[in-house]
Ligand binder design. Structure first.
Ligand code: SAH
Ligand code: SF4
Length: 355
């Protein structure tokens, strides 16, 4: 199997090279590309507009290895979590989250960029499990194709595309796997393929400053989300070890540069941890940091994780913190909790325990 040519992730030009090399006309490449990315088909036998003998030939010499769904869980709110396995048996979890209660409505897909994560944030289930490896761009695209296909199988819908948004908020730090992450975005965005609008894509980073500078030069229309979680270095060092390398001053210089360069509004994510980062003084310093940037703040009530001692604040405190920020002039939203009953909420993704 390993000697077969991998077609997943080849551009149309590369596919053309491949079909010509096996003695076929160039236009077959566009047909194959369409099957993979628009029709989400990875079995050559099903590619009905290719001649039968070509389908057999392709099956002998090539492969489209979209990753496999090993398990799936469905939450009461319609969120679905897939345990997905790559060719080398490494696994990640991927989540699709309904944007409304209507189950045949649109979904957001939460993509991973690494197996595990090297940053090791103290509150995150992925960080707890350590780092295994980076995903390639075509494995990231493969996660999209597998999830889209699986979703379509389960949800009866006449919509071509059930996935309306992609957030790079699954396992791993996207900007530590920079090249592959960016390449996967261009792939998702390709109008001849998956055709997902850049404005429907969000990348979340724990504050990998060198990657933020690079991203500023890409001329992409994606949304950048920064996982802030603390407004002073002392606490942020404790929560996100990467802050020791890139303290808040460096992070904010990078974000300001990014905003100046791209003219795009960024989002700051702020996990609410009971008794840790939700005092009035935390709100005040958060306002001071964020207000000059005209950014959005997304508050994320902590999703509790086994073996991690942090807790979600009571509803009253969440509301109070929200109100402080709003009266301080910030543009704030509270993330609705989805999929917590199947451990599919942010930061609950881990493959070690395989529940
Ligand atoms: N590594 C990137 C992207 C993946 S994490 C990052 O850290 O930004 C996606 C989001 O989920 C981040 O904002 C992260 O801080 C948050 N998160 C992690 N663990 C969480 C938990 N237990 N409860 C709520 N949010 C969590
Ligand atoms: Fe990695 Fe993000 Fe989890 Fe931190 S929060 S350990 S950066 S995945």
């Amino acid at each position: 199997m390993d000697s077969k040519v991998e077609l997943l992730g080849l551009s149309i030009a590369e596919l053309e090279e491949f079909v010509v090399a096996i003695g076929e006309p160039k236009f077959r490449a566009k047909q194959i590309y369409k099957w993979i990315y628009q029709k989400r088909e990875h079995s050559f036998y099903e590619m009905s507009d290719l001649p039968k003998d070509l389908r057999y030939k392709l099956d002998e010499i090539a492969i489209i290895s979209i990753p496999r769904v090993l398990k799936q869980k469905v939450s009461l709110d319609g969120t679905r979590k897939y345990l997905i396995e790559f060719r080398d048996k490494k696994k990640v979890e991927t989540v699709v989250i309904p944007q409304s209660f209507d189950k045949s409505g649109k979904y957001s897909l939460c993509l991973s960029t690494q197996v595990g994560c090297p940053i090791g944030c103290s509150f995150c289930a992925t960080g707890l499990g350590g780092f295994q490896r980076n995903l390639t761009y075509y494995e990231i695209v493969g996660l999209y194709l597998t999830s889209a296909r699986e979703l379509k199988k389960k949800i009866r819908s006449d919509k071509e595309d059930l996935i309306a948004n992609v957030v790079y908020m699954g396992m791993g730090e996207p900007l530590l796997n920079y090249e592959e992450t960016i390449r996967s975005i261009y792939f998702l965005n390709d109008a001849k393929g998956i055709n997902l609008g850049q404005r429907h894509i969000t990348i979340s980073t724990a504050g990998e400053v060198s990657g933020i500078y690079k991203l500023a030069e890409e001329n992409l229309q994606v949304t950048l989300a920064i996982s802030l979680h603390a407004s002073n270095d002392e606490l942020r060092n404790e929560l996100i070890p990467l802050n020791r390398k890139y303290p808040l001053t460096d992070l904010f210089n990078a974000v300001k540069y990014y905003i100046d360069k791209t003219n795009r509004r960024v989002t700051f994510e702020y996990i609410l941890l009971d008794d840790i980062n939700t005092n009035k003084s935390d709100a005040d310093s958060l306002i001071k940091l964020v207000k000059p940037l005209l950014a959005n703040v997304n508050l994320i009530p902590y999703n509790e994780v086994d073996n991690i001692a942090y807790q979600k604040p009571p509803a009253r405190r969440i509301e109070m913190f929200y109100n402080w920020l709003v009266s301080g002039g910030l543009n704030v939203t509270i993330r609705e909790e989805k999929g917590a009953d199947i451990d599919a909420a942010c930061g609950q993704l881990a493959t070690k325990k395989e529940r």
